[in-house]
Design a protein around this ligand. Sequence first.
Ligand code: CDP
Ligand code: MG
Length: 140
Amino acid sequence: MERTFLMVKPDAVRRGLIGSIIARFEAKGFKMIAGKLMIISDELVKKHYFEHEGRPYYNDLTTFMTSGPVFAMVWEGNDIIKLSRFMMGSTDPEKATPGTIRGDYATRMNRNVIHGSDSAENAEREIRLFFEEEEFVSNK
Ligand code: CDP
Ligand code: MG
């Protein structure tokens, strides 16, 4: 069983899409083991997106991600890192296939609705950044 970090971004929270996005992962058969509505601090957004520092879109990205609440989650399931990325669709919504989350709900790269970890290493790192072990309910 694999774990990943998923986050409904501020554009989607503002648009009332938390429920629709969660419903897709539930319908797939995955299990949410932690989740919270929160505002990301400047310090946390820098740690989360450290790999992107210096890119042309970095300032817009960090400003956007701290501009309003996000819904941060940890999910569990077979092959969930790869499968949740399939369900999200391409980073650029113009290239995301209809039927994927970004393909259905977004039109622009810098307002692309959802974050999901891209590797086991990043999943563990991101989960640790956003959650404490006691916030998980996987054993109940
Ligand atoms: O989110 P994902 O892992 O699919 O893409 P990424 O390459 O790790 O980029 C992280 C985020 O930066 C994207 O989801 C976009 O919100 C933003 N980004 C952007 O605004 N413009 C780009 N050219 C690339 C990424
Ligand atoms: Mg990424």
